[in-house]
Write a new protein. Sequence first.
Length: 137
Amino acid sequence: MASAAFEEIVEDFEFLEDWEDRYRHVIDQGKAMEPLDDALKVPATKVDGCASQVWLHPVIEDGVFHFDGESDAMIVRGLIAVLRALYNGLPVSEVTAVDARAEMARLGLNDHLSAQRSNGLTAMIQRIQETAAAASN
């Protein structure tokens, strides 16, 4: 069910045996993202439940889900990039069917994130799922 972009990240992770290298790879994914326009960093796009500042800006066009995001924490910015690879380009009706926790587990992320980061990741996934569910109705 995962996108080709996410599968590429999974393949990259298979070559990175050391968790430190994987962590750096996630951060590099975030660094490669375009920054979110400051005008989109508003209360409506802010994700509650994250230890760091996080904004997600969803766009649904012709039934296809996309989002951009930003965080003031490098690892969280990387997690946003990974979630973008997982969700962007999916039909909005399929977004809620993605088991993001299971997909992230394929990367070993669930085992290596602090409790706060894990809670933040859950909050981001929940926001994405809720947005897609509301758009599908």
